[in-house]
Write a protein that binds this ligand. Structure first.
Ligand code: M6R
Length: 353
């Protein structure tokens, strides 16, 4: 049921505050006052010790699920202390990549039905030892939106469960737990940018191409934002790791090609400011997603359109930052007259190879 919405994708974007709440329900252990003091993931609790002893953690997925794992990787590495590597399921299968006895392999899938992911699972073990449901509720639109944000939240909770409660990580853990509790409210706030994104979509609807630059946790946001634009709005779009800019993509920059730069506050902020300056110097047509109050900092000395989003703890910022890009992809699709919920040539579950 679409309720008051025109499309399932639109409904699913707007119900993210609720889907995130459901994803976290019963999994945050309450401490003093209204704060959470830890996470409890029933499906994982008997396996945490083994996972902590792994030589590496390997994330395997396709499309949006791969992007969600990529967004969660830095925090997973930081808290678990175990190196995390990424595998696109089809590529792992094509090259028969090695997986070792000491590895923990995490299969990330919204549907649990994707052929490549399942075949990778079959090639490694007959079935999984344990798992965590994302509990995001039913997603009808082919473009994954609320499943993506719930997957990031689940993997953040897994990282918290894996991390020991050492004194050195205590402040970090507390900030993340507080951030999780407040995340649905922050998503509610960013959804208020809907009209702003609609007007940006009007400006961009006739473009041929759109680049999205991100780095750190938000490299995943760039990939996922570009994936949404290409799959539903049928506009060429590419997510680019900003650190790679000078190794090729810079050649594309001129005064016509629209470029979205993600420059919210995190350890990569200064580097992203420098990227913006370099794009300005090439007369790039910039749209910058930044933290609230940072407009003049990110656009100093140049002209650009700015989308200000609420700042949250860095590992959860990808959940916030994807929302404007989901809204942009949605409005572009409607304005360009394409099918929002059933994009051309795509199926919700890719059950064949
Ligand atoms: O069901 P899965 O998460 O395994 O699906 C993997 C991809 O096919 C899927 O995430 C796809 O990229 C999205 N529907 C695109 O929005």
């Amino acid at each position: 049921m679409k309720g008051n919405y025109d499309h399932f994708m639109q409904k699913e974007i707007h119900e993210q505050p609720e889907s995130l709440t459901t994803t976290m329900r019963g999994r945050l252990i309450s401490g003093d006052s209204s704060k959470a003091k830890g996470v409890l993931l029933g499906g994982l609790k008997d396996h945490l010790k083994t996972i902590r002893r792994s030589r590496r953690i390997v994330f395997i997925g396709c499309g949006t699920s791969y992007n969600a794992a990529l967004a969660a990787r830095p925090f997973m590495e930081e808290l678990s202390g175990v190196p995390v590597t990424m595998e696109i399921a089809s590529d792992l299968l094509d090259r028969e990549g090695p997986i070792y006895r000491e590895d923990t392999v995490v299969f990330v899938s919204q549907s649990g039905e994707t052929a490549d992911t399942l075949q990778a699972l079959n090639a490694i073990a007959r079935e999984t030892d344990c798992g965590v449901h994302i509990n995001a509720g039913c997603e009808i639109g082919v473009a994954s939106t609320k499943a993506y944000t719930s997957q990031i939240v689940v993997m953040t909770m897994v990282a918290l469960a894996l991390g020991g409660d050492t004194i050195s990580s205590q402040a970090r853990r507390e900030a993340t737990l507080d951030g999780l509790l407040d995340l649905p409210n922050k998503v509610r706030e960013v959804l208020k940018l809907d009209d702003e994104l609609k007007s940006l979509a009007k400006l961009l609807m006739c473009e041929q191409s759109l680049l999205v630059f991100g780095r750190g946790c938000n490299y995943a946001t760039a990939l996922e934002g570009a994936l949404k634009v290409k799959e539903v709005a049928l506009m060429h779009s590419e997510g680019i790791l900003a650190g790679e800019m000078k190794h090729g993509p810079l050649a594309l920059v001129d005064e016509t090609l629209p470029i979205i730069v993600i420059a919210t506050r995190d350890a990569c902020f200064r580097k992203q400011q420098s990227v913006i300056q370099q794009l300005h110097a090439r007369k790039g047509r910039l749209i910058v997603i930044c933290s609230k109050g940072d407009a003049s900092l990110v656009c100093a000395g140049g002209s650009c359109r700015v989308i200000e989003v609420p700042q949250v703890v860095d590992c959860l910022q990808p959940v916030i930052n994807i929302v404007p890009l989901q809204l942009l992809a949605y409005h572009l699709t409607v304005l360009r007259g394409f099918n929002v919920d059933q994009p051309r040539n795509l199926a919700k579950s890719v059950t064949t190879q």
